[in-house]
Design a protein around this ligand. Structure first.
Ligand code: NAD
Ligand code: UGA
Length: 460
């Protein structure tokens, strides 16, 4: 009996490719799973215990399968030739140049990948879009893939990934749903069934849903747009709460208890971040514009506008509260990752907050339990002496006029704020961009406390 029944490959070993393939390998021991990447350093890191992506529980899964049926390599052509099913999970950032700059996705990595697949293949293959792509990308890819003169057929499926960073392993092991989009042709349906069988190793059948390719691509963009819309909705209400002394937590609870609305993703914040929400909404906006749907485009674009507004508003509150000047003041930022339990800082609201404070000539001290390496790279262009990095939150706040909580790391809930207060300049300020602290207790210690969407508690 051959050692493996099926050979799977994932091109792109990042936040999605690595964890997804580790879980597939763990759940499908008879599949040989290989992950390749153009970034040799990343591939090398996947072979160590210092993985290139931090996710709770990921190392345990990787250790269980690495060398058994999960392999990492930089030999992309050899891996393509061997594989029957190729997942493509390369990055698809927003275009920064030319037509559609600032909105359209940059598809150069994805197209390069398609061309590499054609060149290296000697037999038919199933190509699975895992990256988030604009609707009808599969069509373009098929044209590139199937314009080969080797007589090889490629069947393209759309299988968007819905995992969230920080909970990737849990999301992959127990997904709300798995979506497989295929052409409704005999070849499309046969390919779809191959992928469905892989997921059926651990995902209940009723949670594996199928659709046409375009619906699958659009469902991914629309899901992210709906999720981000909820955050922008509650964040917009937070601005009104601050004017009226309503409390956004009370409003959010009252709204969320309506079972038609539901209580998740209604947590107010300094703004949403991450590599996907903004990019995918802008992608949707660009798509609508291309189809002449101006009103629809403006509707979704406003979700991004409110997010920018929320971040700006947070910094304005800080400056106004601190007597309209932060020049020369030391301000500690607790948290730089875009959410807890990840080292990822892409589009983190902390980045905008830090940059604005630096512009105002503050001395910013960035603290984070996991994200300082990324934070250093993100702020490498800051003027010398304007930004410092300190993992220990107690050292970060020492001598500071203010601290701002920007990531909801659990550890920030239980710090000794009395000791911190004693080591800070007075009057001491706390700006809680995640509303995770006990504001009344902080006020009692002597802090001036500024939550989001709740009345400030001031001693003056
Ligand atoms: P990432 O940047 O972490 O990883 C992408 C990897 O692809 C990188 O390691 C890069 O070196 C590699 N790559 C780029 N071009 C390549 C090529 N031609 N050949 C081989 N490797 C190549 O990105 P990510 O966060 O994993 O996102 C990947 C895709 O998944 C994006 O389209 C994203 O929108 C989508 N997605 C991301 C998340 C998330 O939470 N991060 C969730 C769902 C979907
Ligand atoms: C998001 C989606 O949740 C995933 O389903 C999707 O697969 C992924 O995007 C993607 O396509 O990349 P992710 O960005 O990893 O996942 O993290 P989220 O948990 O969605 O958080 C995004 C941002 O929104 C964070 O900055 C978070 O702090 C913020 N947020 C989230 C809020 O401000 N309030 C909330 O109630 C929830």
């Amino acid at each position: 009996m051959p050692q493996f029944d099926k050979r799977l490959l994932c091109i792109g070993g990042g936040h999605v490719g690595g964890p997804t393939m580790a879980v597939i390998a763990a759940r499908c021991p008879r599949c040989e799973v290989t992950v390749v990447d153009v970034n040799a350093e990343r591939i090398q890191a996947w072979k160590t215990d210092n993985l290139p992506v931090y996710e709770p529980g990921l190392l345990e899964v990787v250790k269980q399968v690495r060398g058994r049926n999960l392999f990492f390599s930089t030999d992309i052509p050899a891996a393509i030739d061997k594989a029957e099913v190729i997942f493509v999970s390369v990055n698809t950032p927003t275009k920064t140049f030319g037509e559609g700059a600032g909105k359209a996705p940059d598809l150069q990595y994805w197209e390069k990948t398609a061309r590499t697949i054609v060149e290296a293949s000697r037999g038919n293959k199933i190509v699975v879009e895992k990256s988030t792509l604009p609707v009808r990308t599969a069509h373009a890819m098929e044209r590139i893939l199937n314009s080969n003169n080797k007589g090889i057929h490629f069947e393209v499926l759309s299988n968007p990934e819905f995992l969230s960073e920080g909970t990737a392993i849990r999301d992959l092991q127990s997904p709300d749903r798995v979506l497989v989009g295929s052409h409704q042709t005999p070849a499309g349906i046969a390919a779809r069934d191959v992928l469905v069988e892989i997921y059926a190793h651990w995902v209940p059948r009723e949670r594996i849903i199928t659709s046409n390719v375009w619906s699958a691509e659009l469902s991914k963009l629309a899901s992210n747009a709906f999720l981000a819309q909820r955050i922008s909705s509650i964040n917009s209400i937070s601005a009104l709460c601050e004017k009226t002394t309503a409390d956004v937590a009370e409003v959010s609870r009252a709204i969320g208890m309506d079972t038609r609305i539901g209580n998740r993703f209604l947590e107010v914040s300094v703004g949403f971040g991450g590599s996907c929400f903004k990019k995918d909404i802008l992608n949707l906006v660009y798509l609508c514009e291309n189809y002449g749907l101006e009103e629809v485009a403006r509707y979704w674009e406003s979700v991004v506008f409110i997010n920018e507004y929320q971040k700006r508003r947070f910094v304005q509150t800080m400056i106004r509260a601190m007597f309209d000047t932060v020049a020369g003041k030391r301000i500690a930022l607790l948290g730089f990752a875009f959410k807890k339990d990840t080292a990822d800082t892409r589009e983190s609201p902390a980045l905008m907050v830090a940059r604005r404070l630096i512009e105002e000539r503050a001395v910013v001290v960035v603290s984070d339990p996991r994200a300082l390496t990324n934070a250093r790279a993100d702020l490498s262009d800051a003027p010398v002496g304007r930004v410092l990095f300190e993992e220990d939150p107690y050292l970060a706040v020492r001598g500071a006029h203010a601290l701002a909580v920007l990531t909801e790391w659990d550890l920030y809930r239980s710090l000794d704020y009395r000791a911190m207060f004693d080591s800070m300049e007075k009057p001491a300020f706390i700006f809680d961009g995640r509303n995770i602290l006990d504001h009344q207790a902080l006020y009692a210690i002597g802090f001036n406390v500024f939550p989001v969407g709740k009345p400030a508690r001031k001693h003056f």
